[in-house]
Design a protein around this ligand. Structure first.
Ligand SMILES: [Zn+2]
Length: 72
């Protein structure tokens, strides 16, 4: 792989791991839903808690020559 800016092939690869969480407002909504459905919603809430975290791995290339960065 070569740098699209200067054409140099000395490139450093950096992996960036990001985790995304649901907003606090949706959690309050789910708790309210659980309260209104007398615990039935709590099962849904538990399910949502299990599937809450999403991890995104991004690989980034950095040119050692000119410092140009881009996503792969
Ligand atoms: Zn470059």
């Amino acid at each position: 792989m070569k740098c699209p800016k200067c054409g140099n092939d000395s490139i450093e690869f950096v992996s960036n791991v990001q985790s995304k969480n649901r907003g606090a407002l949706s959690w309050i909504g789910w708790l309210l839903f659980a309260f209104l459905t007398f615990g039935i919603g709590l099962l849904f809430w538990f399910f949502m808690a299990l599937t809450n975290k999403k991890t995104i791995t991004k690989t980034r290339a950095i040119c050692k020559n000119c410092g140009h960065q881009w996503d792969i």
